[in-house]
Design a protein around this ligand. Structure first.
Ligand SMILES: [Zn+2]
Length: 339
């Protein structure tokens, strides 16, 4: 899931992509538009991400495989960048056809479609969202969950692991931020990596609210993790990122810098709203995203809460716990701190 409608739907296809890697563009019913999954030809025949569990995506994937005289049953291994519906929806279908499935353990809850409804209900309430809005939002999320099939067992991927492949080892990079267990796959010796929703051309991947896999019951500190991931990505010195949405990314450093700037701007906007006095997450959402639709409101909530938690972690805002809702205010000590 990524906030905002696709502006550029050109997928990552072209000469820069290694000849043995086949990008396959599949339709999704989400505002983001189509998703690109990647078929790694050779032994074992590997699919990175699957597309959502919709009939139209399944048929499009079958057609793309048939163009290469392949069938779904020929896919021996499915690797997941992360467990959002457009990336893993069809995974269970491939498991039933005999493929292995591997993902990072940090995605276990998302793979089970376990949203932690109780905790989410409380979080949305503390954020100042009305009961009727929460009920409507839950109905929307449950409808969204019909576009993925839950998965309960998979092979766990670990940072730095190398998966064997005919065209060279596939190295696993843990890239948390967009989700806790997001990974990228660097393709042996090619200087290229499949990076899911970590870096998208011209768009900021939304840090969707998740529980922290290492601290049960606590929200995942998505923005701090994401900043570290961007810094780590730069150290890999890759010549090309192949994302799940939109065009290939050749200027990795430029995109990373632009993403950092956008995040700082958003953070400044949140601080600006709080400078007017204590506010709930919902108040900040209303100010920053006044016309957001229902499902968009979940992403807007994720975005605002993510920034507020990051500001709290940095000591720039503090929580005023209330009986029914939390309000947030700028931390005077941090504001007065020189520099
Ligand atoms: Zn995603």
């Amino acid at each position: 899931m990524v906030r905002r409608q696709t502006r550029d739907v050109r997928p990552c296809i072209g000469e820069a992509v290694p000849a043995w890697v086949v990008p396959i563009v599949l339709p999704t019913p989400y505002p983001i538009g189509p998703v690109t999954v990647y078929l790694l030809t050779g032994d074992p025949l590997t699919l990175v991400d699957t597309g959502p569990a919709t009939g139209v995506a399944w048929r499009a994937l079958n057609a793309a495989l048939a163009e290469r005289s392949l069938r779904p049953v020929d896919v021996r291994r499915v690797l997941l960048t992360h467990a959002h519906h457009d990336h893993f929806g069809l995974a269970r279908r491939f498991i039933r056809l005999g493929a292995s499935l591997a993902a990072h353990p940090g995605e276990r809850r998302n793979l089970r479609l376990d949203r932690g409804w109780g905790l989410l209900w409380c979080q949305l309430g503390l954020a100042g969202m009305s009961v009727s809005r929460r009920l409507a939002l839950f109905a929307g999320l449950r409808a969204l969950d019909r576009t993925a099939r839950r998965v309960s067992s998979f092979e766990p991927l670990v940072q730095g692991q190398e998966l064997p492949h005919e065209h060279g080892p596939i190295r696993v990079h843990h890239l948390p931020g967009h989700t806790p267990g997001h990974v990228g796959f660097e393709l042996g010796g090619e200087g290229v990596a499949i990076t899911g929703d970590t870096v998208l051309d011209g768009r900021v991947p939304n840090a969707v609210v998740d529980s922290d896999p290492d601290r049960p019951g606590e929200p995942f500190q998505a923005l701090a993790a994401y900043a570290a991931t961007l810094a780590y990505l730069e150290t890999l010195r890759l010549r090309l990122l192949m994302p799940a949405h939109g065009p290939c990314i050749a200027d990795v450093a430029g995109q990373v810098a632009a993403l950092g700037e956008r995040q700082s701007r958003r953070s400044a906007q949140v601080r600006e709203v709080l400078a007017g006095g204590p506010a709930t997450v919902s108040d900040v959402m209303t100010r920053l995203f006044p016309r957001v639709a229902l499902l968009g409101s979940f992403l807007a909530f994720s975005e605002v809460l993510g920034h507020i938690l990051e500001l709290e972690r940095r000591g720039e805002v503090r929580r005023l716990s209330g009986h029914r809702r939390d309000r947030w205010e700028l931390d005077g000590r941090a504001v007065q701190r020189p520099g």
